[in-house]
Structure formats: C-alpha cells, structure tokens
Design a protein around this ligand. Sequence first.
Ligand SMILES: *Cc1c(COP(=O)(O)O)cnc(C)c1O
Length: 820
Amino acid sequence: MEKHEEFKAEFKKRVKDQAKMLYRKSLDEISDRHKFVCVAYAVKDIVIDQWIATQKAYDEKDAKIVYYLSMEFLMGRALGNMIINLSSRDEIKEAIEELGLDLNVIEDQEPDAALGNGGLGRLAACFLDSLSTLNYPAYGCGIRYKYGMFQQKIENGYQKEIPEDWLRHANPLEIKREEYACEVKFGGYVRVENRDGRNYFIQEGYQSVNAIPYDMPIVGYGNNVVNTLRIWDAEPVVHFNLDEFDKGSYMAAVEQENLAKTITEVLYPNDNHYAGKELRLKQQYFFVSASLQTAIKKYLKNHDDIRKLPEKVVFQMNDTHPTLTVAELMRLLMDEYNLEWDEAWDITTHSCAYTNHTIMSEALEKWPIELFSRLLPRCYQIIEEINRRFCIEIENKYPGNHDKVAKMAIIYDGQVKMAHLAICAGFSVNGVAKLHTEILKHQELKDFYEMMPEKFNNKTNGITQRRFLLHANPLLSEWVTGKVGDDWITDLPKIKGIEVYADDKKAQAEFMNIKYQNKVRLAKYIKEHNGIDVDPRSIFDVQVKRLHEYKRQLLNILHVMYLYNQIKEHPEMEFHPRTFIFGAKAAAGYKIAKLTIKLINSVADVINNDESINGKIKVVFIENYRVSNAEIIFAAADVSEQISTASKEASGTGNMKFMLNGALTLGTMDGANVEIVDEVGEENAFIFGLSSDEVINYENNGGYNPMDIFNSDMDIRKVLMQLINGFYSPDDPERFRPIYNSLLNTQETDVADRYFILKDFKSYAAAQKRVEEAYRNQEGWAKSAMLNVANVGKFTSDRTIEEYVQDIWHLEKVKVKMDV
Ligand SMILES: *Cc1c(COP(=O)(O)O)cnc(C)c1O
C-alpha cells in the first residue's frame, strides 16, 4: 500500500515537472496534446529502467537474438498499449485520474505510427509485442519514414491522399542513438586489388549516407522485458565545406545531401504490389546494410569468432523486401571481415530465413540488372556468383533439364529475382497459413520445394490479444476476465473457458449487451466523422482492409446494390436492418481501386438518402482506416467480411481480430479463414464461393466466361447495368464503365472478371441470406459469437512466435528482474 502510494506520487510529480520544464506552465494550463507529451515522458521514465535492465540481462546470458527485418512496422499508437503492458498499469491509471486527466483523451492525442501498409506491417508489430511478452531477445529493424502511410480524406466521394507528417511534433517515445550511426554506400564501381594472392574488392566513386538509428521501446506484458524497434533515418555524410569546394565536389556534396533527404522520406503506399522504383531499392539496401553492420558489431563486442555468428544471431526477412540481407551479409563477411566465400556462405545460409507473404505475381520483386548493378555494384557481383553456383547445383540435380534452370535461376531474363535469392540462401522458407504454404509447395514454388523440401514450413499468422482485445475492447475484456480469470492475456487458449457459457441465457444477454455498447461507441464515431446516423440495433457488417481487387470490396458493394434493388422491388419483404461499413485505403496510383471507393460512396449517397426504405440499409465509408480506429471498429462488428478470391489472401489477420471480438466470419475458404472454420466449426461461420483448387483450375484454363452469368441472371444484369446507366452517377453515366469492363470485357483487361466476382455472386448472396436468418435468432447468434471468442486461442501471435522460436530461431527465454 505504502509503495503503491509512493509510486503514484512520484509519477504525478514527474508529469507535472514535465509540464513545467517543457512548457513553463502548470498541467491545467496546457493543451491536451501537451498533456499527452508530459504523460508519455513520465511513462518513458518507467520504461527506460526496464529497458536498461533487459539489455543487461541479455548481455549477461549471452542470449541469441532475432533480428526481424521489415520495411514496414504498422505500430499504431504506443502510449496506451505501453501502459497496459507495464506491471504498474493500475498505479499509472490511478495517478493519471488523480491528476484530473482523461486517459482516453490523452491517448487520442498521439498520432499513429503508420510505418506500414496493412497486414504485413501489422504482423511485424504484433510479433514484436509477442516477442517481448514471451521474454525473447529481439530487434525489429526498419525505416523511420518521415511520411508514413498517407492520411486518407474523402472529398466528393473520392479518396484524396494527404502526407502523414507524424513526426511534426517530435516523438516523445523514441531515442536517437547517434553512437550507432554507420555509413551506407551506393553506386560507384568495384576495384579489385590482389594482395598476397587474395583478391580484395573495394567500392570506389560511390555516394554515401549516414544511417542514424532511432530506438522505440517494445514493452512486454508484465514481465519487465523491453525489446527495441530500431528504425533508421538517413543524414548526409559530409556537410558543406565552403572554403575548399570546387565545382565538382560542390555538386557531389549537394547530390549526397539530396540522397540522404530522399531515402527515408516516404513509405511506398502499395500493398501486395511491386512498383520497381529505384528509390525503393535504395531504401531496402539502406536499412538492411545499417541493421547488419550494427548486428555484427554488437556480436563482436562479446565474441571473437565471427564463424559462430549463427549461434547468436538470426535474421528473419519479412517478405522479399529485405532479401539484400543475403548479399550484404556475404559482402560484409568477405570484404570487411576477410572471410573466404565458403565460410561466408556457411554463415549466411545458417542465419537468414525468409517469410513468403503472397503468391500474386504482381507482388514479386524483380529488379532489372541494369538498375541493380548500377546502384549496388558489389552486391550484384556477389549475387551473380551465388546464381552461378546455384545454377550448377540445379543442373547437377536435374541433368540436361534446362527448363529447371530457366525457372529457378536467381538472375534470368535481365532480372534479379529476389524470392529466388531468398529461397536459395535462406535456411527456412515459411508461408503464413496452412493453405498458403500448401499452395507454395505444390504450385508457385513447386520446383524449389522439390529440390529442397526441408526448408519449407508453415507459420500461421496471429495477432496480439493485448492490443486487439485488452486495449481495444475493455468491456469484453473485463467480462471475459470475470468469467475465466485473466490468464488469457498471456495465454489466449485459456479463453476457451467461456465456451461453457455459450448456452447460458444470462451470459448471452451480457455478451450481446457488450456488443451493443461497442456498437453505440462506433455509431458515435461515425456520427462525428461521417455525419451519418446509424442504428446500433442494425447488423454491423464490416469490411475493413486495404482496397485491392482480390479482396473484392466490389463483390460486397455490388451485393449491397442488389439488396437495395430487392427492397425497392419488394418493399413488403422481411429484412433486418443492416449497416454496411467499409474502411480502406487504395494505393495512390491504383485507378480501379480508387474508383471502387467512389462507387461505395456513391451507393452510400443514394441509399442513405432514400427515405422510402426506412433506413433498412445504411452504407458507411470510414475515412482513414488505420490501427487506432480499427480498434474501435473490430469491437463493434457483428459480421466480418473476409471475401477474397480463394487462393489470393495468403493469411489475413483482420479475420482473427474480428473473431477475437465476437464477430462471425462471412468468408471464402481462403488464407487463415480455413483454419478459423476448423477451430470454430462451419456452423458458426458463413462460408461461400469457389475453392482455391477451383480458382486455380479456372486460371490454368484461361478463366471462365462471365457473359454467361450476365446473360442468364437478371438480378446481376440489373446491378451491372446500374454501373453504366448513371443510376449512381447521374452527372457522369460513364464514370463506372471501367469497373463494368473489368467484370465483362476481355478487350480492356486480358481476362474478364479475373477475381471471380460474378462467379461467386450467387453463393455470396445466399450466404448473406443465411446471415440475416441467423441474426433473427438472437440467442443463437450470441452463442455463435461467444463460440468464436472461445475458439480464437490458436490465433494469438504468441503461438506464432513460439513456433518460429521452436522451428526457426531457437531462442531462449530471458528473465528480467528489477531491483526495486
Ligand atoms: C489487421 C490490419 C490489417 C490487415 O487486415 P486484413 O483484413 O488481414 O487485410 C490492415 N490494416 C490495419 C490497420 C490492420 O489493423
């Protein structure tokens, strides 16, 4: 008790002192944003001691470290999550209250750290949370983009991108670590020097930048562990020396300064799509080189034999984006640490592992040789040699089969294929859900699997329940804890305990009431942001994720158009009111995706303003979908739309967050949906559509003919005609023609309806009908929703991380004790 009060008094003093020191004011005189800064600094004070203790414990134990290399970390807000993870969370919350501050208001002041696009970046963030909570030594390594994922504004129904200047007010929760700065070199040429019978490779005539790390603490849940997210910024190496510049060095200096300014300027906003831009390759090399240089230096501080690096270090490559790790590690080991090829190759192939995130061909990274060798001349040489040796291996294994070399080579047809490099050099290749890994093994990467089956393994993705239930949904969290205790926070399968309440009428009513409260919270958000009134008693049917053709937001909105037609044609028809909620950013250059946003908003305009349907349907497009509003959205969802074309969504993680919050999945047998259905039972989900085998079969046979459907199904025909007769675009009837064409016209796109939207429409509409019928039975619905929560245990990122540790990383847990 004494201690408790002492702690609170100390914390309150720190917050007040911050106000005085930073703003020369008392706490009640400063803005909410400044209050956030003061609280953040006070929390950081607590975190710092644990951070130091953790790093000391790692050093003492000489623990193996995983470096999770990722171009993206979609962290969201840090403060609220940090507080719930700290053992002193109750004292901190009380102290904040006693200061007269509202924690929700304070948390709302923090900008999202949106250093990622979608699922891949959020996965990295969930993994860091789990690594810390499970006591594993880890660094997240990435880029400190000045502008993160753009802010989305909707103007006149169209998406507008606004630069997200998230560091405008500086970031109280990071630390600049200038002492770990290092140089990264681009361009120039490689000079070979022979000394004592050995060739030395020296890069000359290059441009370079200084890589400066900023560290953000990753707090584990109640265990004093604090790992580090290390994100790199670029600064120019030389500043102007006005006394001695001549024309040549002046221009070179300006160029170098510009290089530094541009490298970390902006996150590429493409999700599952490769743009092939030179700056992107620069970003990749920049953060990979800096991360590897510091990882090796750190290792050599306490070890003298670099050959044993793989015993203490493992590099996990999040997709092919950091695959330069392979070439750069080889380069450092040979050129900086003087190892021979074979030794360097042995180390590299025992420390690098690769995660595949997609099979979609437009997402595969391939760099033109010209660009690659100009920008990274030494890495290119090394990859050429890796390729030469690999092709010999392939030929030895398949003598005379030139087709194999053509299909598997790392350099082929004028291009460097990053996935092939990652698979060749990595000791592990994993997919992110069972179905995805099977497709990799037997379709996309069949040749590689046949040659090296031992490398392939599955790690089904997961999410952290600490952010997506404990923090995002306090009402449901407390209810669950009240029923089964709080073990679920670090041991999600324990949540299974609520299964025994699934038939309990009282528990069902409590559960549905919590869902209702969360729907009221979201309705309030929608009223504030969209000015639309939605009825929390309607079914909240939600599709939030990046906008992509394969995710089929188009299928959803076409079905809404169909339903609206049905209601207009049969006003007497029984219909439970439905609120269709969308949230999605489209890549800035993805035309048809942006047009789909306009379509959703146009449909919303017509339907929401048609008084004749008595509000039976509302359509809401939530602007600027991101982690912070996602937390409110998941908690309020009844139906989780996971309707990707089967085989296209490698895993999905949004599906898991919805399940955790008691939404029922309406989905295809794709990605992790398959495993969700395995866990919860098909009777507690709504499954529809082609299977992945069927889709792949059609694809291998030139697709199907959507005109057959257009000509025979009058309901679908009517909806499609509304795309081109101005029904939703009276000012410009041609506006949605490109969408119509993408579905029916083989001339404009090479394949009509490439994502099988019309093919799956009937089956989707039937599944939606089942949703409606199921919702009429509130007790049955409550039971299904509770069974979803009860059976979500598998989908914690804690389980995923334990599997990575067991099969790939081989880390040991480190205990951190605080001497108080
Ligand atoms: C979880 C998450 C995603 C990924 O959603 P999917 O439905 O799996 O594509 C994307 N964005 C945000 C903000 C998320 O929290």
